[in-house]
Design a protein. Structure first.
Length: 298
């Protein structure tokens, strides 16, 4: 009896696990499939994204006429060609001026507009928000002719002010909506406590709201900078003088009719992409936080 009773638990355990180590092996195979399904598409996407940048750096850094797949020996002659010979120093300065001015104007107006819509009640607020959202469905190309006629009438053609105005106006609706969503998620009781302590609405806004809205400000500002920096269509239509060209327009004029200097063109592409990459690398943590705060009501 004692031998039988001792063997019964062992027999029961064998019957409950007929495959021996099969479940653990099955789990390992499942984890391996999950990794392949997760990292396979991500790897393809990274390769698809990185290869064009590497190819651009390769043409920009290797000597002219070289067919090596490695940028060696490294040369900066192409950067000197585009910066001095092609006038990219002037184009870069124009792009920086347009992008920073658009950033400041868009962020300031969106900050005030988003706060006003979130904190004040007025008739037609819902309709106003819908109209602003619908403006995002209008392609910028449809507005080129009326904008050109307006800027020609007021004397802004061949002026960087035309780009600043156009970039700011086209970016304001989405920026105001993002700022509105962020302000709405900040409890109004924080401001009311500041008012009870003797702060005015403006002082309470500066002392309480502005520090809390830093992620949204960075998110809106980074979008405004990147969009203004990369805007090609408006700059091509409103600027005809070479001294007023921005970097995207300067790049387009480097494509010759019968030949293309790929090294200089790649160097110009690096000059155009580097500020955007650096800005996004710095603000990406604030960007995710600002967009999440504006999209989820807490």
């Amino acid at each position: 009896m004692s031998v039988t009773s001792t063997l019964d638990p062992m027999a029961a355990s064998v019957q409950s696990d007929p495959g021996g180590g099969a479940p653990s092996a099955q789990k390992r195979r499942q984890r391996r499939r999950d990794r392949i399904l997760l990292f396979g598409p991500l790897t393809l996407y990274v390769i698809f994204t990185i290869v064009p940048f590497y190819w651009m750096l390769l043409f920009a850094l290797r000597p002219a006429g070289s067919s090596s797949l490695l940028p060696w020996p490294i040369t900066f002659e192409h950067f000197e060609t585009v910066w001095v010979g092609a006038g990219f120093g002037v184009y870069f300065k124009n792009s920086v001026l347009v992008a920073i001015t658009s950033l400041v104007l868009t962020t300031a107006v969106a900050l005030l507009g988003g706060y006003a819509i979130a904190r004040y009640k007025f008739r037609g607020k819902g309709l106003f928000m819908v109209v602003m959202l619908c403006t995002q469905f209008i392609p910028g190309a449809m507005m080129l002719i009326p904008l050109f006629d307006i800027f020609r009438t007021v004397g802004l053609i061949n002026s960087l002010a035309s780009l600043i105005v156009a970039d700011t106006v086209f970016q304001l609706p989405l920026s105001i909506i993002l700022m509105y969503g962020f302000v709405r998620n900040i409890p109004v009781e924080l401001e009311e406590a500041a008012w009870m302590d003797g702060c005015s609405r403006v002082r309470g806004f500066l002392a309480i709201m502005l520090p809390l809205m830093r992620p949204a400000i960075v998110a809106v500002g980074s979008f405004a900078f990147i969009n203004a920096w990369n805007n090609f269509l408006f700059a091509l239509m409103f600027l005809n003088v070479q001294d007023r060209f921005t970097v995207p327009v300067g790049l387009s004029y480097m494509l010759g009719e019968f030949s293309v200097d790929f090294g200089a063109l790649a160097a110009g592409g690096v000059v155009a992409a580097l500020p955007v990459v650096l800005v996004f690398a710095y603000v990406q943590k604030f960007l995710v936080q600002g967009l999440s705060a504006g999209a989820v009501k807490g």
